[in-house]
Design a protein around this ligand. Structure first.
Ligand SMILES: NC(=O)c1ccc[n+]([C@@H]2O[C@H](COP(=O)([O-])OP(=O)(O)OC[C@H]3O[C@@H](n4cnc5c(N)ncnc54)[C@H](OP(=O)(O)O)[C@@H]3O)[C@@H](O)[C@H]2O)c1
Length: 290
């Protein structure tokens, strides 16, 4: 696989590498809304250098959004910018100062109408007794604290946009791992449960404000890197995760995110769980021929 660069090899710079800002108005053709002209809106998509985040950046651009695509790998973001016309921002979301700088950049360049907290991942599939403490720490750092850090930093911008335009969105990409346990998964399921609780608690805390909190919980999605990262670059083990059934693809989740964000201002899609048809539960996948 050509996309096997492990996150550890990334080159976080904390600096904007390319800026393509959108126009004042655009034609919005989001599914279910029909076509209408309204002021362009701007979304920050984290983890946009691959998988679900990249698909979401593409989809939101196609729907008329201005998009700021964020991740550590500047080269991959640059390719996405060339393809979609999005703005990109290279950042390590485990770095407090870098996230603060990102929020300052957004404030100085037009504000923000939505954040898609998608950056995350699993590291390992080990029984509790065999778990690597550092892998757990890394999972909490990006899935939980990364989402917390970004959400805190951009909430003032979202409040401002919601107050003037009607609504703004926090979209958190959790997982079906946020809903149940599975053997070997405690580090990841624990982190995703915490991200789910962050989402639910924030929704309760800011109820009545013009900011929606939306959670999208995918089951198995065959992205090029998720399982490869989880299994430390073991391509054979990663490929086996998706054998014998038709998994979701990144576009399925991008479609769900874009749909939830395109609902009328008074509607909040609290939580959408999306699984492959063959997956009834985290640990029940009906496979054929394997
Ligand atoms: N694939 C699945 O089956 C599945 C199922 C349920 C939920 N999810 C969740 O969906 C989200 C996306 O998954 P995916 O399958 O698209 O995974 P992926 O292809 O591995 O993408 C993960 C993204 O997160 C970014 N990232 C990781 N650490 C970062 C950091 N410290 N700072 C900034 N960005 C960071 C990565 O970019 P850089 O390496 O360039 O920084 C990458 O763009 C994750 O939250 C994952 O837990 C995935």
């Amino acid at each position: 696989m050509s996309d096997s660069t492990a996150p550890e090899t990334a080159t976080p710079t904390g600096a904007e590498i390319r800026s393509v800002t959108g126009s004042g108005t655009s034609t919005v053709t989001g599914s279910g809304t029909g076509s209408e002209t309204r002021p362009a809106r701007r979304a920050l998509v984290t983890g946009a250098s691959s998988g679900i985040g990249a698909a979401t950046a593409r989809r939101l651009r196609a729907d008329g959004w201005d998009v700021v695509a964020a991740a550590r790998r500047a080269d991959r973001l640059a390719a996405l910018a060339a393809e979609t016309g999005c703005e990109v921002y290279a950042v390590d979301l485990t770095d407090d100062d870098a996230v603060a700088a990102l929020a300052n950049h957004l404030a100085a360049t037009g504000g923000l109408d939505a954040v898609v907290n998608n950056a995350g991942g699993a590291f390992g599939l080990d029984r509790v007794e065999d778990s690597d403490v550092d892998s757990w720490r890394r999972m909490y750092e990006i899935n939980v604290l990364g989402t917390l850090r970004v959400t805190k930093a951009v909430l003032p911008l979202l409040r401002k946009a919601g107050a003037t335009k009607g609504v703004a969105d926090v979209v958190n990409v959790t997982s079906t791992a946020a809903q149940n346990a599975y053997e070997g998964g405690a580090g990841y399921t624990g982190a995703k449960h915490a991200e789910h609780m962050l989402s639910q608690t924030l929704r309760w805390e800011i109820a009545g404000e013009p900011v929606r909190v939306i959670e999208v919980a995918p089951g198995a999605v065959a992205t090029e890197e998720f399982s490869l990262v989880r299994f430390g670059g073991d391509a054979e083990r990663a490929a086996a995760v998706y054998e014998g059934y038709t998994p979701l693809v990144a576009d399925d989740i991008a479609d769900t995110i874009a749909w939830a964000m395109s609902r009328p201002d008074h509607v909040n899609i609290d939580l959408v769980t999306v699984r492959p048809r063959a997956q009834a539960h985290n640990s029940k996948i009906v496979r054929t021929g394997v």
